[in-house]
Design a protein around this ligand. Structure first.
Ligand code: TYM
Length: 327
């Protein structure tokens, strides 16, 4: 069994990109692996977020993840900030990372571009992410395509730390799904669907009603051609719709394109398949919302299981860099 770890920020509603790019693969990976999943609430502090909203979103994200099929018997789900080990290892890794490599991160450049005063946390965020991963001796990290560069950094930091101080960390590998790894905004098909910079009409949230889903798909931007063809480079809007249908049906986008003679038909088929895919999840969310105490207890148990591994790695890393142990 491979050790798997991944995380999601509780920074608002969860959209189809998160669901198809990450959450569904997590659910699949818990069966044959030793899987750890985390709600990265410390990461959410890098952007403006109301404290009450952060608390509520953290619990709600846990509800989504359990409703989507994460099973506490098969995997470990925990809240990042419940373990001080993440912050501590992050500092040790900050002293191995360089300013130049962090400044070059594409997400940092995008998110800081229009801000007058940029939080330091936005710059150091990928180091905290590396700590999240390396603490668990992770082998595989299932993520969407947008995290590829952060994963490379985690690998670089692990190799550099091991080279300098002796082997402490396993070097992780990104696992990126073949379809669904890059769900695009329905209004701006050249931009990824995103919580922080997406357009509301172009983002389908997993809590959207059937009417909202139908409306967003109907208004999705395509192009002025007449035929239905899968070609992400020249037909990005249309190809995004075909990819979404591909993740819900399990058929290839190229194959699916042959089934439709108009965009209207494709949009109708996509609408019903999305509604059908999300309905059971929404139903389970409602059930879990009846008992927040139960969800909180599961998160406590998750944190205890995670700590057993994280504290051991942290102790080794502290020792390796020469921090004097307290006696
Ligand atoms: P976050 O919260 O932005 O996204 C969670 C997961 O969803 C994927 N994703 C997408 N996949 C396909 N299409 C999209 N449009 C799309 N948008 C998001 C992301 O790739 C991610 O897998 N830094 C991370 C959270 C994190 C983490 C970690 C991940 C913190 N520590 C350790 C892995 C390992 C983030 O902000 O993801």
């Amino acid at each position: 069994m491979a050790r798997v770890l991944s995380a999601i920020q509780p920074s608002g509603t969860i959209h189809l990109g998160n669901y198809f790019g990450a959450i569904r693969p997590w659910v699949a990976a818990q069966r044959n692996n030793d899987a750890f999943y985390s709600i990265a609430d410390l990461h959410a502090l890098t952007l403006d977020i109301d404290p009450a909203a952060l608390r509520a979103n953290t619990l709600d994200t846990a509800i989504v993840l359990f409703a989507a099929g994460l099973d506490p018997e098969l995997c470990t789900l925990f809240v990042q900030s419940h373990l001080h080990e993440h912050n501590e290892l992050s500092w040790l890794l900050e002293c191995v990372a360089t300013y130049g490599e962090l400044r070059r991160m594409v997400q940092f450049k995008d998110k800081s571009a229009n801000q007058e005063s940029v939080r330091v946390g936005l710059l150091t965020y990928p180091v905290l992410m590396a700590a999240d991963i390396l603490l668990y001796q992770t082998e595989q990290v299932p993520v969407g395509d947008d995290q590829r560069q952060h994963l490379e950094l985690s690998r670089d930091l692990a190799v550099r730390f091991n080279g300098r101080y002796g082997t402490v960390f396993r070097v992780p590998e990104a696992i990126i799904p073949s379809v669904g790894a890059r769900v695009m905004d329905l209004q701006y098909p050249n931009r990824k669907m995103s919580k922080s910079v997406g357009s509301p009409q172009g983002t389908i949230n997993i809590t959207d009603t059937a009417d909202e889903i139908a409306k967003k798909v109907r208004r999705a931007v395509t192009d002025n051609e007449a035929d239905v063809l899968y070609d992400p480079d020249t037909r990005p809007g249309l190809s995004n719709l075909l990819e979404l249908l591909s993740v819900t049906t399990g058929r290839s986008p190229t194959d699916l394109a042959e089934d439709f003679s108009s965009y209207g038909e494709l949009k109708a088929a996509l609408t019903s398949s999305l509604i059908e895919a999300l309905a059971p999840l929404q139903q389970r969310m409602q059930e879990l919302r009846q008992d927040y105490g139960h969800v909180a207890r599961l998160l406590n148990e998750g944190a205890d299981k995670a700590r057993a591994i994280a504290s051991e790695t942290l102790a080794r890393a502290r020792d390796a860099v020469g921090l004097l142990a307290q006696r």
